[in-house]
Write a protein that binds this ligand. Sequence first.
Ligand code: ZN
Length: 413
Amino acid sequence: MKLGKYSLGIGDRFSHEGVAQLRAIVRANQKGLEISPVWNKSNREHMYVHSHPADVRVEADAAVATLGFSGKYFVDADHINLGTVGPFVETADFFTLDVASFIGKESPESEVKAFVTSCSKYIGNLAIPGIDHTIAVSEELLEKLASQFLAAAIQAGEIYNYLKVAKGEGNFITEVSMDEVETPQTPVELFFILKMIADKGVPVQTIAPKFTGRFNKGVDYTGNVDQFAREFEEDVLVLDFAVKEFGLPEELKLSVHSGSDKFTIYPIMSGIIRKYDKGLHVKTAGTTWLEEVIGLALAGGEALVAAKFIYSSALGRKEELCAPYADVIDIDDLKLPSVEEVSAWSSEKFANTLRHIPDHPDYNPNLRQLIHVGYKVASEMGTTYTDLLKKHAELIGKCVEENIYERHLKRLF
Ligand SMILES: [Zn+2]
């Protein structure tokens, strides 16, 4: 099973927007692209909204049937480990093996030795084609890399072997993710991580490293853009070289998590993958939930009241809702509007404040991030919320489609 060159992860918290999301991809594909949609949902999201992995498969199949979509599509068991993968086995065909928590864990001395020995040909000045500087590789560096990353690669091998038995070889896509950590992985680290993953027999098709800078949820990239550009380009070249050196799948490409709304770096990413004719996977999720709230606001009446309720509740429970996302949001409390202020807003004012159009005078990234983490409030509203989604499906669907097509796919691919 192959993912294809371009793919977009389209997470959908409440599983009502599959058709609208797919419409955006169909529109892009009508322009001559071939983007595979991947409906991704993590175990964490399922727990927060009390959904089941099978629901994602139902949504994906239904969207594909509704639009008569004939391309490849996938269902991603996002950020799973050995403890959580079970319920995803039957209905997912894309698995994101999250081994971040094994970074820095000790691995058997014999494995470390074997790794260092197997890399002896790289000792000296390692030249990666396309990268304009060589990398000094010593035995000490290899030992250090093994002590940092080998346990994670071993874990990836264990999860992969479990899936190989459960699903059959070649019947699923394998991604390895290491993004949910504090320290970014450098291109040279990525090269040797891929060696370790290849040694464990994991046919990785996408890898999600932690990049330089902040990938905050639902808002633009913040960080050193030049450094990101350099690192991203080197990562692309590292992957190309690793495929040839380690016999990894030709399809191997980068996966960018929390990838929605990173408008500043889309032209950079797009330029680099074009320059080298490479593929890319970008994961999004919360950006679609935010469009639901925008659509509700625009619908007015009780739907606007619901949108305001979500904001005011999230404001009152800010600490609780933000806690699990501490590393991926930056909210300036002083710039959050008060409940009184928001209660007087019109549909347009609410939508313009929330919608991610950075140069719009009403746009407020603080409110946007707070609502991003506020989906728990909507989940607790139960059918009150989902009935509104059904009632205003057309308007919300337009927002969802426009966001993915105009602001994401057009800029990325
Ligand atoms: Zn991730």
